[in-house]
Design a protein around this ligand. Structure first.
Ligand SMILES: C[S@@+](CC[C@H](N)C(=O)[O-])C[C@H]1O[C@@H](n2cnc3c(N)ncnc32)[C@H](O)[C@@H]1O
Length: 468
């Protein structure tokens, strides 16, 4: 579709080959590319009959939180409607890619997934996603088997593709009708959904859209050259989600303030219930998470110490403030750092010893996670078609895993630096974020690490911090 001036393009939406949204002539900033009115927006508000939401509510017995459940039901309702392939929307659906075309990791075999994503928490998430899709489909087909008059159950393949379209192409429709949790109702917006995602430092969006009285108005944000890809932003999404829902990842997925959109689901204790979302960025993003991880280890150490203390109480009256492997600590400085009062220093030393232990636990855990990644061990394929798919998978898996390793290295180096400061060792550690990053990223990361160590020491150890 070619928009020469600010035409209303509604009539074309369902019966044109819409792939030609890409501008074929120079478009100037402020140009209105299109108006999508409610006739072409596929949402419950406009096209999806209420019975689909009733089916989704009846069939999906989520055990997640009520908000997630409500959102999920809305997505399922929309997916069911799409899978039902009504005549009016068929031309639109006919051009949408399948899950395989989208290269979604749920379609990769185990042999394809495991080496590429080895070490990544995303491997587990993909399995969960598969299981959830399967459960949802089973619930829907069971429900529709008892309520045949409502709808013919779509095939699993049709349902999977429809749900993938909702996840990768639906927009939150800003309007009077809201989901039970108050969120915007998901809607398909043919044409607007041809735009790619831009975020991060290197590529920015070139068009914007806004809701105006039942219409979505799409405007050029700057001059757009012929053939240039039209880009909106899907949000500050992490690469893990981009890969799972859209089948691609972004290099340099950072915000202008230097915070990464990539989040590492970190389990301080392997298989434990606690998962901390770690991301790199300015200290407001990192300090709280670091402390949360350390507190988890502190809680464990304190339990262990209490048990050991009870065992040892009868054996000896002597107080071992430091562990054997902490012999290299400069005792006099430790006491000085904790104040002159002996009782205070004794308590502080004990705390310090626990804190060092927590930092060492964090260091050990992060190191072991880092070792799980197996970059560069992916088998090469020979035939051309498989090579193309494999190259795409390799590229995006590599972006994702490098980003996760970058986050792990970040916190690892911070833990080591703090540990070295608390032990009053000469500061011989160098931050080395460069192996996984570009030069600019390297400078930012180094600053973020220094800031995090600095704020940690100032807040938790102002006396030591002052002496440095
Ligand atoms: C909403 S659609 C965008 C339209 C898509 N370009 C098309 O022609 O159908 C989302 C899909 O576009 C692709 N995509 C979007 N942004 C991308 C990006 N920055 N890099 C690579 N692929 C992208 C992915 O395949 C994703 O699943």
């Amino acid at each position: 579709m070619r928009c020469k001036d600010s035409e209303v393009c509604d009539a074309l939406c369902f019966n044109e080959a819409t792939r030609e949204l890409y501008a074929d002539s120079f478009i100037t900033e402020g140009f209105i590319l299109m108006r999508l009115s409610k006739q072409v927006i596929i949402s419950r508000q406009y096209l999806v009959p209420d019975c689909f939401i009733e089916i989704a509510r009846g069939a999906i017995k989520d055990n997640t939180s009520s908000q997630q459940q409500a959102e999920h039901q809305e997505d399922i309702a929309l997916a069911l409607y799409l899978a039902n392939r009504e005549e009016a929307i068929k031309p639109y659906l006919d051009i949408l890619p399948s899950c395989i075309d989208q290269n979604l990791p749920v379609t990769w075999t185990l042999e394809e997934r495991a080496p590429r994503l080895c070490g990544s928490p995303v491997l587990k998430e993909i399995e969960l996603r598969e299981r959830k899709n399967f459960e949802d489909y089973k619930n829907i087909s069971d429900f529709l088997a008892c309520n045949e008059h409502l709808l013919k159950c779509p095939s699993k393949e049709a349902f999977d593709n429809a749900l993938a379209w909702v996840r990768s192409r639906a927009f939150g429709m800003d309007g009077a009708l809201r989901t039970n949790s108050g969120d915007a109702v998901p809607a398909m917006m043919p044409l607007l959904d041809l735009c790619n995602h831009a975020r991060g430092r290197t590529v920015s969006k070139n068009i914007s859209y806004s809701y105006e009285e039942g219409c979505v108005v799409v405007k050029a944000l700057r001059d757009i050259s012929p053939g240039e890809v039209l880009r909106i932003t899907y949000g500050a999404l992490p690469n893990s989600l981009l890969l799972m829902n859209y089948g691609f990842c972004l290099e340099e997925n950072y915000e202008p303030d230097g915070s990464s959109n990539d989040i590492l689901a970190f389990e301080p204790i392997a298989g434990g219930a606690l998962v901390i979302d770690l991301r790199t960025g300015p200290k407001s993003y990192t300090y709280g998470k670091l402390v949360q991880a350390l507190e988890c280890y502190l809680a464990h150490s304190e339990e262990d110490h209490r048990e050991t203390a009870i065992e040892e109480e009868s054996e000896s009256d002597s107080c071992h403030l430091l562990e054997d492997n902490e012999e290299d600590l400069d005792g006099s400085m430790l006491y000085a750092a904790c104040g002159d009062d002996y009782r205070c220093s004794s308590a502080c030393d004990n705390d310090l010893s626990l804190e060092c232990e927590a930092l060492r636990n964090l260091e050990t855990r992060l190191l072991s996670l880092l070792r799980n990644y197996k970059l560069g061990e992916i088998k090469q394929v020979t035939d051309i078609d498989s090579q193309l798919a494999a190259n795409t998978r390799n590229r995006f898996s590599s972006i994702l895993t490098r980003s996760e390793m970058r986050t792990i290295s970040f916190f690892l180096q911070v833990a080591r630096r703090i540990l070295s400061m608390l032990r009053f060792k000469r500061d011989h550690l160098q931050y080395n974020p460069c192996a996984l990053s570009s030069n600019l990223d390297c400078i930012n990361l180094k600053k973020q690490m220094e800031d995090l160590v600095d704020v940690y020491m100032r807040i938790r150890h102002p006396d030591i911090s002052l002496r440095r």
